[in-house]
Ligand binder design. Structure first.
Ligand code: PMP
Length: 356
């Protein structure tokens, strides 16, 4: 009997494993450190804007997200034509693969990196080319450049790299871009850019201005704390941004998300002050980990990486019993988000018990 069959690539799509919600532990508060979320609740003005928009939920959102485009255009000094908003920056990765890859075309990215990459690539029936990160969790950009073939259409550069933490420097990016053929798209995924504190940080917006093949993706989910609303954006040369918008889901970005994103841009100073506090907290965690025997890769996002190898799942279970959910990658390591002070303390203490 014949039955409807999805395209063969669909069965090859790996599952996305979401960070677990906190399991209640009797007698203690549990914390979710498994999804790189912002632990701060929304700012009052942002919440009000979202609630105001929710009162009109019987209407479709503004399909053109015109206020959001205008606000982003102002904020980043880029023409509206060079922007594409979407339901989180993850959607933009899917759209890039869909718009730029024929089946079998290659997409190069570091590994381990953001787990949605292989999914988005497989969904587009493209081929993932994974280039191992270095021992200290950095992109091996020389190896990534060498992995480019005549089938390569897209290279994804995740900086800071989720889940290992290090950020690519401007010098490294410049050297890399000089080696990439102009018809290959370079996506600079800056989901955590606001948390970066290195000496030579990337100016990805400048890279987009000076290269016809550079796309920058950003999100409101992390620094801006709107993960639950699903809104992100890309900045790209007009033809690329046009292609991204062409394959976007109509009415994808909800009116609540649009309103909250616009209100967030209006309150950027307050939000970035919270980011600064999270960066300080991250540095406290990194120092605390060093004191108990863990030298983690340079943590430039709102998370740290513990290379636990085959102890990873046991560590995650031990953390869960202590009321903290982490994101384990079996056989490899655990990513632990920077959360509430008490959660971070509990994590440092536990990590100490697992140091070698
Ligand atoms: N890029 C990276 C590197 C990420 O870690 C994430 C979220 N985990 C995203 C993109 C997507 O974020 P969102 O879809 O919430 O914008």
């Amino acid at each position: 009997m014949s039955s409807p069959q999805p395209r063969p690539n669909v069965s090859a799509i790996p599952a996305y494993v979401a960070g677990k919600p906190p399991t209640p532990v009797p007698g203690m508060r549990s914390y979710k450190l498994s999804s790189n979320e912002n632990p701060h609740v929304p700012l009052p003005g942002v919440l009000e804007a979202a609630v105001g928009a929710a009162a009109r939920m019987n209407r479709y959102p503004d399909m053109g997200s015109s206020e959001l485009y205008a606000a982003l255009s102002d904020r980043f000094d880029v023409p509206v034509e060079d922007l594409a908003v979407a339901t989180g920056s993850v959607a933009l990765i899917y759209q890039l693969a869909q718009a730029f890859c024929e089946p079998g075309d290659e997409v190069v990215f570091a590994w381990r990196s953001f787990e949605a990459y292989p999914i988005a690539v497989a969904a587009a029936a493209a081929t993932a080319v994974q280039v191992p990160v270095t021992a200290d969790g950095r992109h091996d950009l020389a190896a990534m450049a060498a992995a480019i073939t005549e089938r390569t259409r897209v290279v994804l550069v995740c900086t800071p790299n989720n889940p290992t933490g290090p950020a690519v420097s401007q010098a490294e990016l410049d050297a890399f871009l000089a080696q990439v053929p102009p018809h290959v798209l370079v996506v600079v995924d800056e989901a955590y850019v606001e948390f970066v504190r290195i000496d030579d940080p990337i100016d990805a917006m400048a890279a987009y201005r000076s290269h016809q093949n550079v796309v920058v993706t950003r999100t409101f989910s992390k620094a801006y704390g709107l993960a639950g609303l699903r809104v992100g954006f890309a900045v790209a040369p007009t033809p690329i941004a046009t292609a991204l918008r062409a394959v976007s889901l109509p009415f994808g970005v909800s009116s609540v998300a649009q309103a909250a994103a616009v209100a967030s841009l209006e309150r950027e100073a307050e939000l970035l002050a919270r980011v600064e506090a999270l960066v300080e907290e991250r540095d406290r965690v990194v120092t605390g980990l060093a004191e108990v025997g863990w030298n983690v890769p340079d943590a430039q996002g709102n998370f740290v990486w513990l290379e636990l190898g085959d102890r990873t799942l046991d560590f995650a279970a031990a953390a869960e019993a202590k009321g903290i959910m982490v994101r384990p990658f079996a056989g490899d390591g655990a990513r632990v988000s920077i959360g509430e002070y008490e959660a971070n303390d509990r994590f440092i203490e536990l990590a100490g018990e697992w140091a070698r």
